[in-house]
Design a protein around this ligand. Structure first.
Ligand SMILES: [Zn+2]
Length: 342
């Protein structure tokens, strides 16, 4: 089993001389990668430029960031060739590792554009080293730049940043240095491909929280009406919990709840509704144990969200003809129940 630490550089339409191609907003122009063995020691490297097929003008941000000229790229090979070579180099069942969460989405999008065989038909597990670095050395939430992390870890800066290979190399250096093996169990999932069926859903339990990446739904209300999504069973023992704070949303995007397990105590639920590539939605639901103080803070947010809703409701009272809409936007909970009864 090998770790493949990769970094991609991509170009985009400059908006003046070339307009954006909707199927491929970001065209990969360079793949850099480092292979680590199961002991996390560097054993090989990959470094290739890609000859552009879609955007032939270098976007100023790309040029400024990575100091690459179009004339250099012209010497590379087209994406399908480089990608095939790269995937062969990766070997069987690689564990992909990247700095931040975006590279694997772009890789898969570029592969789809050229109709290459997909990496997977489900969410793709990978290690986000930026997140692991935060779990190992920071507060779990901070996301540092690669150069800041390199300095914090006192890793010698022997090659310039912001080229695919150098960034993959530095990311691998950080991965090598993470001493606590349990940190590596905090894998991430690239959701370029979302679960299409219940059995493809991702359910994973980490040391301090549990995560569900749901199948797709046509829209938010269908997602929230699914009992599987709304339920608040304890993620540790599976017991039915008592609801302390019902699902509420401060912004229409994130939903929160607090429930109580007799054995494990207070548990926070969080639902994020996300757009899938095909326009449907899916849900990322997390649950974790919290303290009484954290519960009090959530209660305060709920009270604030409720009063904001009431304010909005008051404003809407004069218009009688959008009654249904009023119920929907101001009271998603009751709308949810209405859907459930149908
Ligand atoms: Zn429990």
């Amino acid at each position: 089993m090998n770790y493949i630490v990769l970094d991609l550089e991509w170009n985009q339409a400059d908006g003046v001389r070339e307009s954006e191609r909707e199927e491929l907003p970001f065209e990969i122009i360079e793949i850099g990668a480092v292979k680590l063995n199961s002991d996390r020691e560097m054993i090989d490297q990959f470094n290739e430029l890609i000859k552009p097929q879609v955007y032939h003008v270098m976007h100023y941000v790309t040029r400024k960031l990575i100091h690459l000229q179009m004339s250099q790229l012209e010497k590379g090979s087209p994406f399908p060739e480089v990608c095939e070579k790269f995937l062969n180099w990766c070997g069987e069942d690689p564990i992909f590792c990247t700095w931040g969460p975006t590279d694997l989405t772009q890789l898969q999008k570029n592969m789809d554009y050229y109709h290459l065989k997909p990496l997977t038909d489900k969410p793709l597990a990978f290690l986000d080293v930026q997140k692991l670095f935060s779990i190992a050395y920071q507060d779990k939430k901070t996301r540092s730049s690669l150069s800041d992390a390199i300095r914090l870890m006192k890793i010698p800066e022997d090659i310039p940043f912001h080229r695919a290979f150098s960034d993959a190399y530095y990311t691998a250096k950080i991965l090598e240095k993470i001493e606590d093996d349990t940190v590596l169990s905090y894998c991430s999932f690239d959701t370029y491909r979302t679960p299409k069926r219940r059995e493809d859903e991702v359910r994973i339990r980490f040391e301090t929280y549990a995560k569900l990446i749901s199948m797709e739904y046509p829209d938010k209300s269908h997602a929230l009406a699914d009992k599987e999504i709304a339920s608040c069973k304890c993620y540790i023992c599976g017991r039915k919990c008592r609801k302390k704070i019902k699902w509420f949303t401060p912004n229409g995007k994130h939903y929160y709840s607090v429930s109580f397990c007799d054995k494990h105590g207070l548990m926070k639920g969080k639902i994020r509704v996300r757009k899938a590539e095909d326009g449907n939605v899916y849900v990322v639901k997390t649950q974790r144990l919290i303290t009484q103080e954290e519960m009090d803070a959530i209660k305060q947010r709920q009270v604030k969200a409720e009063s904001a809703k009431k304010e909005q409701q008051k404003k809407m009272i004069p218009s009688r003809n959008n009654k249904n809409q009023k119920v929907r936007s101001s009271k998603p909970e009751s709308f949810l129940r209405a859907v459930l009864r149908r």
